[in-house]
Design a protein around this ligand. Sequence first.
Ligand code: SAM
Length: 218
Amino acid sequence: MDTSRAPEREHMVRTQIQARGVSNPRVLDAMRTVPRHLFVPQTCQREAYADYPLPIGSGQTISQPYIVAVMTELLSPNPSDLVLEIGTGSGYQAAILATCGADVVSIERIEEVAAQARQNLLNAGIKNVRIITSDGTVGYTDMSPYDGILITAGTPEIPCPLINELAPGGRLVAPVGDQNIQELIRITRLNNEFITEKFGAVRFVPLIGEYGWKEEGE
Ligand code: SAM
């Protein structure tokens, strides 16, 4: 793993993440370890560890580091858990999940974005992530059920195919709401019972697909 810019990562973890209450040691270690600068475009290198999202091209973003940490802590991946991410983007969130020890399947709808994410993960030396290009709202039954499902784009409601792909004991974390603002939701499956918890307001680019928002003009 690229160990350059480690002091910036340490500062990011202390001031942006621990200071706001994230405490899961595995999550903090992953945030300290993964070289975030390998997941942002050349033009944003100086801001790679800044406290806000950054553009990655194709109108998409890499999320704010704090939000990545919070969502990972809410998902609470255990080593060797199988996790499905919807919205690969830069591949950074998938890299954090993989560094927590999970095996990750990540779905991205835009081919160029998926190709760049594959390259980013290769550059960072992260192996346990498989990226698929498709509409993640319809789920990915090939490898289900999943111990964790993370949606990293804003959705009007939880796509029902994804609920059905959650293993007993599995957690699903997603931003749910309108296109301007969403609420971070966690659904935990206990056999056939589903527990819903809410964790405050967030703002994501839209989840576009059959069970998400419709593409403009559709
Ligand atoms: N997790 C990403 C990261 O670590 O950089 C950030 C995700 S970005 C905020 C949201 C991503 O979701 C975009 O790349 C977008 O193309 C993708 N997306 C939107 N709708 C999708 C869908 N139906 N299936 C898969 N990906 C989708």
